[in-house]
Design a protein around this ligand. Structure first.
Ligand code: APR
Length: 308
């Protein structure tokens, strides 16, 4: 039987990931938005591309949560994106109200779904979704690390003139300025980049990764990134649909892992059909653990401001 993936928020990120999922025939797609006609129009338009792109899966758009029933995965992109000069934290109050509303409606009709939260500020919104939904922690997952590490991998590959396929990168921590890229565990054909690039170049790539989202916002001026975020969601959906047991950095509820207690934080997890199979623990140096602690603190402050 085909899987059913609902995407709430049929804007830039939501519509792009719908396109990517449909094009691969990965699952039936339901696009949901608060704006009448928008998800229906995009859904129908995408469905009409099926004969040419050659997929037999169904795509529909709706404003009615009854269509969300029995979804296997629900991706939440509903919210407002950043404008130039804004940090992700500036979105907190507006997006918290939206995410709370969406999660309540989703769990009422699809209590068995795995939630993938995309709305920013990411780690705080994932925590909110976890608390509001009452779902087990294995089934509430924030998308951030896959995107941050994709950006780091892109910059490493461009710097060395090497295929992105040879580059693996690890980025831990919150999805904000305090994120923690780990050069020691970032490799090109298995060789740590610390053996391949001078320290100052690595620092420059890390800085660009930290500011990666902001760089796009400054260029676009009217919204934030969507191609790379959508591709990152696709990678997570694919790992779940195909039960790949794939190690991906995701924001998950930590209960002691990496020194994080009771917060959502970006850590490597094994992702499969049941959601988060387990947190993949790697050893950190004292300075890496310190950087992660600062990131945990930044996430904690945002969550405290939410008062959930
Ligand atoms: N229910 C459903 N959809 C909603 C709701 C709601 N309560 N509130 C807003 N939306 C919809 C909007 O109508 C819009 O179509 O969410 C969509 C958001 O799309 P965009 O404005 O294009 O934003 P996008 O770039 O897709 O980013 C969405 O993802 O990356 C994060 O920071 C980003 O939080 C932002 C989110």
């Amino acid at each position: 039987m085909r899987r059913k993936v609902t995407i709430v928020g049929a804007g830039q990120v939501g519509a792009t990931v719908a396109h990517m999922i449909a094009e691969r025939g990965l699952a039936d797609v339901v696009l949901v938005d608060i704006i009448e006609g928008l998800p229906q129009g995009k859904g129908l338009d995408l469905q009409e591309a099926a004969p040419i792109l050659r997929f037999d899966t169904r795509v529909i758009g709706t404003n009615d949560y009854r269509d969300v029933a029995d979804s296997d995965i629900v991706v939440i992109t509903a919210g407002v994106p950043r404008k130039p000069g804004m940090s992700r934290s500036d979105l907190l109050e507006t997006n918290a109200a939206i995410v709370r509303d969406v999660v309540e409606k989703v769990v009422a009709v699809a209590p068995g779904a795995i939630l993938i939260v995309v709305t920013n500020p990411l780690d705080a919104m994932a925590y909110l979704a976890y608390r509001v939904s009452g779902l087990p922690k294995e089934r509430v997952i924030g998308m951030a690390g896959v995107l941050d590490s994709a950006r780091f991998r892109t910059f490493i590959a461009l710097e060395l003139g090497i295929s992105v396929e040879n580059v693996h990168a690890f980025v831990l921590g919150g999805h904000g300025d305090e994120m923690v890229p780990l050069p020691r565990y970032s490799t090109v054909a298995g060789v740590p980049i610390t053996h391949l690039l001078p320290r100052e170049r690595i620092e420059a790539l890390i800085e660009r990764t930290r500011r990666g989202g902001g760089e796009i916002v400054d260029l676009l001026k009217t919204g934030s990134a969507f191609y790379a975020p959508a591709a990152s969601i696709l990678e997570m959906v694919d790992a779940i649909v195909h039960d790949r047991h794939k190690i991906l950095p995701c924001s998950v509820y930590c209960e002691g892992e990496y020194g994080a207690h009771g917060v959502f934080l970006g850590v490597p997890v094994v992702l499969g059909a049941r959601g988060v199979e387990r947190v993949f623990q790697i050893e950190l140096l004292p300075e890496e653990q310190d950087a992660l602690q600062r990131s945990i603190q930044a996430v904690r402050e945002l969550v405290e401001a939410l008062q959930v």
